[in-house]
Design a protein around this ligand. Structure first.
Ligand code: ATR
Length: 273
């Protein structure tokens, strides 16, 4: 029998998840159907329960429901508890298991696909919202020399430093505090990838040979990536690999089979121009 999965969000028509999971299923011979479901802003829990009651086996959760998904989970795994947000659900009888694979997807993309080891590296994450929260623990587990969080609202970066104190020794503050520092890996986890805003990054923030990584995908050269190139960075990437890698983690969690991500990343890649 075909097992059913779906991604839920609002809006949802732009989602690449049905395509990605469809390609994974084809390549691994898994008999699944994966659709996109739009929920009204106050109808998230009811929509999930209806999907589950009709035989659905699991869901991906995207904006703006990642926090609400945490609230309906009966069994949030560590990745979800630390992020305080959820991007994948698995239904097992009465239980709703929840994970957040965004951070692991990011780490796998950087290390496996882009060939940049995190161990011993100086890492800067710009932004202190949900995307950063999900990334901190999986990054810290790779043993970087340091992780700095810079945010327009410095207090939010400091809040994250406190929240993760038991797991990571974060450096945190505003962008002006980065003066004189340089980093091997600079991630843009702000929402500026979707706008035309530049980040107030001081000159020299990119170390020689640095990787500049935009978490948004499919937008070509974002203002952040242009900024990096203007500062001499040649290794730039967007979040297409992160998107596919987090999907692969969910697929494996649901089906027990690890799909090959490379062909799917190649299919979805939009040139950075
Ligand atoms: P997400 O869940 O995608 O991380 P979010 O929680 O809304 O989204 O967080 C958005 C992040 O982008 C925040 O860190 C925000 O900075 P503030 O906390 O100061 O609002 C950051 N951001 C958005 N627009 C920005 C801009 N023009 N310049 C700098 N940072 C910006």
């Amino acid at each position: 029998m075909t097992d059913r999965y779906a991604v839920i969000g609002q809006p949802i028509s732009h989602s690449k998840s049905p395509l990605i999971h469809g390609l994974f299923a084809q390549a691994t011979g898994q008999d699944i159907a994966y659709t996109a479901i739009e929920a009204s802003l106050d109808g998230f829990a009811a929509t999930v329960q209806a999907f589950r009651a009709s035989g659905g086996r699991g869901m991906n959760v995207t904006l703006p429901f990642k926090l609400q998904a945490f609230d309906i989970a009966t069994d949030p795994m560590e990745s979800a508890r630390l992020a305080g947000a959820v991007n994948a659900l698995k239904f097992e009888g009465e239980r709703i298991l929840a994970q957040n694979f965004d951070g692991l997807g990011l780490v796998n993309d950087i290390q496996r696909n882009l060939g940049v080891a995190l161990a011993g590296k100086r890492v800067l994450i710009c932004g202190a919202g949900g995307a950063t929260r999900g990334a901190i623990l999986p990054m810290a587990q790779q043993g970087p020399a340091c992780i700095a969080i810079a945010n327009r609202t410095a207090d939010k970066a400091l809040e994250l430093k406190r929240a993760f104190a038991a797991h990571a020794d974060l450096q945190a503050g505003g962008y002006d505090e980065l003066a004189g520092e340089s980093f091997d890996i600079v991630l843009n986890a702000t929402s500026t990838g979707l706008s035309q805003a530049e980040l107030p990054l001081p000159a020299g923030v990119f170390a020689p040979g640095a990787l500049a990584y935009e978490l948004v995908y499919g937008k070509g050269l974002t203002p952040f990536l242009k900024q990096a190139q203007a500062a001499g960075v040649s290794h730039v990437a967007d979040g297409v690999g992160m998107l596919v890698e987090q999907a692969a983690e969910a697929f494996e969690w649901w089906r027990g089979v690890r799909p090959d991500t490379r062909p799917v990343i190649d299919r979805l890649t939009v040139p950075l121009v």
